[in-house]
Design a protein. Sequence first.
Length: 191
Amino acid sequence: MKRRLLIGMFGGLVCMVLLAGTALAQGGELVAAEYGAGGHRVDVTQQVRAFMRDGVLRFDVTDQTFGTDPARGHVKDLYIRIRHWDGNVEEFHFPEYAHVNLVLDPEHGYEWHDREFHIMRAFWGGEGHFADVTETLRGYKHDGRLFVVVDNRSMGIDPDPMVHKVLRVLYFNEGRRQQIVVPEHGELRLP
């Protein structure tokens, strides 16, 4: 009896840690968010947007969070759609009671008024598991230029072993906001 209780508690703790550590993705803008179960779903895009602080979304998926229970008596889930800098839309799924932790583009603060080359944000990863490598890339900048072969070693991390990764970079150059996506083992040359 005690053994079953301990196994159940351990399993629950593992699930909580995995769900709490969900920091997926990143870079891009929030397109839409839906909450509910089956055919009983509601648009919660505005509620989700209200949790954005400096480009980071952090909140728990509960009826109280959204102020509604669209499928009373059913386990619900949240779908968040993000449009990445390359135009691709990715959908993230969070079961009820999960913790959302997504790094996106902030709605404000991505203006750069100098004409010089400046890296705003950079993410390295694949299949929804990305690491913020902004400072790493900024360290490769010399004399207003940047060159690096994109791989786990140069990025300083492997956020998703055994998966082909990409580097997404948002930068300003000549007063314009630009983006680039470079595949693993490709060369990044900016500007």
